[in-house]
Design a protein around this ligand. Structure first.
Ligand SMILES: [Zn+2]
Length: 232
């Protein structure tokens, strides 16, 4: 009886100690991919995300959306991913006027809404080419992110993988590419995701990242790390 009491007391005390220990904040990361949709590299990227059970955000180009490629946008949504706006023709927007910029955004958002049933809330400017007026013209949250030169064909899988791992920090958004033929990023992520999970990181979509970190996006900031912005 005495022994049982002692044991019960020990269990209670350790439960209390666990409850009182300061909780480590969860470390969140958001993967994002530009230049889809397509039925080649993007399909492989979706396979890798499904394999590791992580979501991501896909910034799509309006002119790349066809009846066929739209299937991957629907698949992405089914996998818990999010679709963002990456313009219709991928232009240098600093050379455009208000009407031209708004047309690029609206035509793409309308297509995304038609296919997914959800209007996008995020925008990645093509080439991260931005002028101040664009923040007033475009009613979406501007997202940049941490890259690893993964648009360069000469940059290999190892460099991309190490760059992805080195760029991890709580609240970080990754800016990567899933355009046709960019398989090295798919392979790099397949190896990097388990390493980052092992380090305690949890993957969420960009919108969830703002929610989890209780950050209301400010309409004049381009975000690379949530909540403090820090554009590169
Ligand atoms: Zn792009």
């Amino acid at each position: 009886m005495k022994r049982t009491l002692k044991l019960t007391l020990m269990i209670c005390l350790s439960a209390l100690a666990m409850a009182c220990a300061p909780k480590e904040p969860v470390k969140y990361l958001a993967l994002s991919f530009d230049d889809g949709p397509n039925l080649t590299t993007e399909s492989k990227m979706l396979d890798v995300l499904a394999k590791h059970k992580v979501p991501a955000t896909f910034f799509v180009i309006g002119k790349n959306i066809t009846d066929e490629s739209a299937e991957n946008m629907k698949r992405a949504i089914k996998q818990g991913c999010e679709i963002g706006n990456h313009s219709f023709t991928h232009p240098m927007m600093t050379t455009m006027d208000e009407a031209q910029v708004k047309e690029e955004i609206e035509s793409t958002s309308a297509l995304i809404e038609k296919i997914t049933g959800k209007r996008p809330t995020l925008f990645r400017p093509p080439y991260i080419n931005v002028k101040p007026e664009m923040y007033d013209w475009i009613d979406l949250t501007f997202i940049c992110g941490k890259g690893c030169q993964d648009w360069e064909a000469t940059v290999g899988k190892e460099f991309r993988r190490e760059g992805i791992i080195a760029n991890a920090e709580p609240g970080a958004i990754y800016l990567l590419h899933d355009f046709e033929g960019n398989e090295a990023t798919v392979e790099a992520l397949d190896e990097a995701i388990p390493v980052l999970k092992e380090q305690g990181y949890v993957f969420v979509t960009v919108s969830e990242l703002f929610k989890k970190l209780k950050c209301t996006p400010d309409g004049h900031t381009m975000y690379t790390v949530v909540p403090d912005g820090r554009y590169n």
